[in-house]
Design a protein. Sequence first.
Length: 111
Amino acid sequence: MRVSMVTFDSLAPTELAGWWAKAIDGEVHESGADFVMVKGGGLTLGFQYVADPTPGKNRVHLDMASHDVEKDIARLQQLGARVLRRHETPGFSWVVLMDPEDNHFCVSRGF
């Protein structure tokens, strides 16, 4: 068994899929009126319409690896991401951001 896709509930799946396609340099694949996929960066993301998404912090999030964290964070902010906080532990640091629908994700140098 393997993970084949990570899916987000969304009020506007087409728009959110478009944002993530830009964020990960991926490609949008329309899959129906209420479901859109993005393929890129070695993964597939799904975006499904849900009229009442779960409020608050999402329990699952993406951890994005970057060779130039600050450059990628600046690019993501230009696309509309918001920085929530920065974390640092000995030997590892990461930044928590939110996409346009407030889904949390992290950017770090990877591990």
